[in-house]
Design a protein around this ligand. Sequence first.
Ligand code: ADP
Ligand code: MG
Length: 272
Amino acid sequence: MSDETVTPILQVEDLSVEFHTRNGVVKVLDRISFAVAPGESVAVVGESGSGKSVTAFALLGLLDPAARITGGKIVYRGRDLLALPERQRREVRGRELAMIFQSPRTSLSQVRTVGRHLTDVLARHHGLSGAKANARAAELLAQVRITDQERRLGAYPFELSGGMCQRVLIALALACAPSFLIADEPTTGLDVTTQAAIVELLADLCAERQMAMVFITHDLPLASTLANRLLVMHAGQLVEDAPTARLLARPRHPYSAKLLAAVPASAATLAA
Ligand code: ADP
Ligand code: MG
């Protein structure tokens, strides 16, 4: 769906980021450019340290204080987020962009129930409270295919499996009805069956809500099951941006070929 006639919801142009460390300045993103169409799911793949998470944090405006954006644009629905005053930027972030991370268990507070997590967000973003907030929280759990919602609302994160915690985090992300979801390694650390279920859930939710998604992973077969387009990152550069089927059949960049060669044959067939 990288049809040039569609106006992208997100356009990243020549984005460069460096980190100021004790050992000097390290360039971690080097003129990254890509676009995402409304409702489109793309996957960013690349080995650990290639700059995937830094890209995600830059999109959200949540970079580490040691990071500096040295150039480029992040245009969201026609507005350059980097040129917006912080307050407006925060508004876009809160209302339209959502993110889910790796290690769902540690992203939730262990001393608050699932219901409390959800009703807090609903109060903050939608001014909902009491029975209305509880009803909406139960609805959100149903949307992420959690059954027996009343009981789950009263549960603490430590009482839930890793996959269930990730569903709760997805429900929290959906609470603001975002039009753009950034998922950074959301299934890392989960068992293979749970991974597949979470990926299927994310794909369904994107389709149901016409929500665009950037799915970040080091797992090429997993990325291939989800996205029509793959962005390959290597050492801070985006080295290939191609339709999934084409990239799997005929990778153009040597690093893409290397990533593909590292995938066990059975997994590659599965993804194709
Ligand atoms: P990944 O592709 O694994 O998500 P990251 O985006 O987290 O990689 O990191 C990209 C590069 O930026 C790495 O070389 C990492 O060491 C560096 N980096 C990330 N965060 C910081 C930081 N806070 N300070 C210095 N360097 C960092
Ligand atoms: Mg990362």
